[in-house]
Ligand binder design. Structure first.
Ligand code: C5P
Length: 237
C-alpha cells in the first residue's frame, strides 16, 4: 500500500498506556474526531484483557495489539490464534524464523508486525546484551528476514525507516514509536533513545507513527495531534 493512501486519521496510532479501560476510553473520546487508530499494550491489556480492544473495534476504530509475543513457536501460534478473530488490525511479535513462521501461519486477517530493536535501545544497550552488530544493521537484518517470512511490516525507529523503505520496498508497513515533538532536544529523552518527530518519521518512509506520552500526558492533547498531523501532511511523500 502506498503510504499516502493511508487516511490521516490512521497515521498516528495513539498508545493507550494507562491502567484502566475507563482511562483509555476517556482518551479515545477526547481525540477520536481526529484519530481512529489506537494501541493497546501490556499495561492496559493486563488491566482489562480484551475489554478495551473489543470496545474500540465496536466503535469502529482500528487496534494495534502490542503484546510483542515471544515464546516457542507453538505457544506463539496458539497466542496469535487467540487474537486473530477479535478484529485487531496489527499485532506485534518477535523472534527467530520458526517463531515468525508460526505467527504468520496463525494470523488470520490481522497484519503482523515484527519488532526489530526497541526504540528504547541504544548502541550501549546492544553491547550490554552481548550483541556486536550496530542497531541499524540489526534492524535491517531483522526487517528483511521478517518480510521474507511473510510479516506485513515491522516496528522500527524513525532513524532506520529510510533505509528499510528504500531497500525493502513500498509494501512493507513501517510503524515507528519513539516520536517526540522536538526530537533534537535532549530534554525530550526519557526511556526512549532513538527518537524523531512525526514528520521526520513519515518523511523517512514510516507508514504509521506510534505516539503515547506526548499526547496522553499533554495538557491539550488535541493541539499536539493537530500539530503532528500538519507535520505529517507537510512531510508526506
Ligand atoms: O509514550 P511513548 O510515545 O514513548 O510510547 C511509545 C509506545 O510504543 C509504548 O507503548 C511502547 O510500548 C511502544 N513501543 C516502543 N518501541 C517499540 C515497540 C513499541 O516504544 N519498539
Amino acid at each position: 500500500m502506498n503510504n499516502t493512501a493511508i487516511p490521516l486519521k490512521e497515521r498516528i496510532i495513539v498508545a493507550l498506556d494507562v491502567e484502566t479501560p475507563e482511562q483509555a476510553k476517556e482518551i479515545v473520546k477526547k481525540c477520536e474526531s481526529r484519530i481512529s487508530f489506537f494501541k493497546v499494550g501490556l499495561q492496559l491489556f493486563m488491566g482489562s484483557w480484551f475489554e478495551t480492544v473489543d470496545w474500540l473495534v465496536d466503535r469502529g476504530h482500528k487496534v494495534m495489539l502490542d503484546l510483542k509475543f515471544f515464546d516457542i513457536p507453538e505457544t506463539v501460534k496458539l497466542a496469535v490464534e487467540q487474537v486473530n478473530s477479535r478484529g485487531v488490525s496489527f499485532a506485534t511479535i518477535h523472534g527467530n524464523d520458526p517463531i515468525i513462521r508460526a505467527a504468520v501461519a496463525a494470523r488470520g486477517d490481522m497484519q503482523l508486525l515484527a519488532v526489530t530493536v526497541l526504540t528504547s535501545f541504544g548502541e550501549e544497550d546492544m553491547r550490554a546484551m552481548g550483541m556486536t552488530q550496530s542497531v541499524a544493521d540489526l534492524v535491517y537484518f531483522r526487517a528483511k528476514r521478517a518480510l521474507e517470512l511473510g510479516c506485513d511490516g515491522v516496528v522500527s525507529s524513525g532513524l532506520e525507516a529510510g533505509k528499510l523503505r528504500r531497500e525493502l520496498g513500498e509494501k512493507l508497513l513501517i510503524v515507528t514509536p519513539g516520536i517526540r515533538p522536538g526530537a533534537n532536544v535532549q530534554d525530550d529523552r526519557d526511556d526512549q533513545k532513538r527518537i524523531v518527530t512525526a514528520g521526520m518519521a513519515i518523511k523517512s518512509g514510516a507508514s504509521h507513527v506510534v505516539v503515547g506520552r506526548p499526547i496522553t500526558r499533554a495538557v491539550d492533547p488535541m493541539q499536539v495531534i493537530e500539530q503532528m498531523q500538519q507535520d505529517i501532511i507537510a512531510s508526506s511523500r
